[in-house]
Design a protein around this ligand. Structure first.
Ligand SMILES: [Zn+2]
Ligand SMILES: [Zn+2]
Length: 256
């Protein structure tokens, strides 16, 4: 009898111990998997300081395709303008050799991130991954190519080689203006624009181009991320801004 009781107690102890261990590993997995969510899922975390008081951008570029310092400054300024991050916004920049897979599918871009991303959230710091890649997007059609894609809640890719082909020549916008425009548009998507995590405060989603703003001068107009459209949006050093309706959506979801 007594022996049996001991046995039961030991069993209970083992069970409860393994339960708490499971809980612990689930907790760790949750933090690691944070960056694998859909675009827009981190709208509030990016915009507000409720959980994350600072933000770090892990900026990775393929050798030869580093974005201009002016564009990087504009990106940091945009975060400061639209989000609450009282402990600051920093950029950690690094190059990688060409993955050599052009044209890149979004799945290939995800794998490149999985193999190279090193910065993840801490308790009060949010991490963003920005990739400036060589080569082209596999989503290109004959008439138009994609200049950037936001593909996870804190991740986006910029097709920097396509940007080189479209900038800094006669009748073309400046490189920094084009880099800034496409990058800020993708950041707008991870901020939850338009109707992608930041709830609409007014009816301004473009029915023909879902998750984009229907205001033709707005940064979130669909034309800003395609080669055949962007020339209507950017000229010289002029960068399109968010319109009042997009800004209202950001403000209603915790942003500035
Ligand atoms: Zn877009
Ligand atoms: Zn807009």
């Amino acid at each position: 009898m007594k022996k049996n009781t001991y046995f039961i107690i030991i069993l209970l102890f083992i069970t409860s111990f393994s339960c708490s261990k499971d809980d612990e590993s689930n907790g760790t997995e949750n933090t690691i998997d944070y960056h694998l969510q859909n675009v827009g899922a981190s709208s509030k975390d990016l915009l507000s300081d409720t959980q994350y008081k600072s933000l770090v951008i892990e900026l990775i570029y393929v050798e030869g395709f580093e974005p201009t310092q002016q564009a990087v400054n504009n990106i940091v300024a945009f975060f400061n303008e639209r989000t609450y991050k009282p402990n600051g916004i920093t950029v950690q920049k690094r190059s990688i050799p060409s993955p050599g897979l052009s044209p890149y599918t979004t799945n290939e871009v995800r794998t490149i991130e999985d193999n190279n991303r090193t910065i993840f959230n801490t308790e009060d710091q949010l991490a963003v991954w920005a990739l400036y890649i060589d080569g082209l997007s596999a989503s290109n059609s004959q008439n138009s190519s994609v200049l950037g894609t936001a593909y996870r809640n804190t991740s986006f890719v910029i097709y920097e080689e396509s940007i080189h082909n479209l900038s800094d020549d006669a009748f073309e916008p400046s490189r920094q203006a084009l880099e800034t425009t496409v990058t800020l548009h993708e950041i707008g998507h991870i901020f939850g624009l338009t109707n992608l995590g930041a709830p609409l405060q007014s009816n301004h989603e473009d029915e023909a181009h879902p998750k984009h703003c229907d205001e033709t001068n707005c940064l979130m107009f669909w034309k800003t991320e395609t080669t055949n459209g962007v020339m209507d949006m950017v000229s010289g050093d002029e960068i399109p801004q968010l319109d009042a309706q997009c800004i209202a959506d950001l403000q209603a979801n915790g942003g500035k």
